[in-house]
Design a protein. Structure first.
Length: 137
């Protein structure tokens, strides 16, 4: 009985994560705007953001850049970027980031055409959506 309980617990723990296929990972490519950050004790909503994340992944490697939306619908970029690698571990999928100054990873919880949710090791969930082009009316 005890062995069955341990096996069941391990199954539940492993099944909480999700591995994403290479085709699914390709959906991360493009621009993503932060919508909210869910922290263990609160939630911060973002109605507008001065920067947007741009991801580009080919296979399992790529980069992420912070870009600034412009009034004409384009994005201003600089030469700074973070190297990223998609890593599968224990039935879960992570984005591993590397810069000259730090290394960290975030788990991909949700990834679809219009939604991206990443979770860091501080249990903070970053909820992204595809940005709407800026227009002057």
């Amino acid at each position: 009985m005890r062995y069955s309980l341990i096996v069941l617990s391990l199954f539940i723990l492993i099944s909480c994560g999700k591995t994403f296929s290479e085709e699914e990972i390709a959906k991360i490519n493009g621009y993503w705007e932060i919508e909210k950050v869910v922290m263990p004790d609160s939630t911060k909503q973002y109605t507008a953001s001065a920067t947007i994340d741009y991801f580009e992944v080919k296979g399992k490697k790529g980069f992420r850049k912070k870009v600034m939306p412009q009034m004409d619908g384009t994005y201003r970029m600089n030469n700074l970027s973070e190297k990223i690698e998609i890593v599968q571990d224990s039935g879960r999928t992570f984005i591993s980031y590397t810069t000259d100054y730090a290394k960290w990873k975030e788990e991909i919880l949700t990834l679809s055409e219009g939604e991206l949710v990443l979770k860091n090791n501080y249990d903070m969930e970053y909820h992204y959506k595809k940005p709407q082009p800026f227009t002057i009316k």
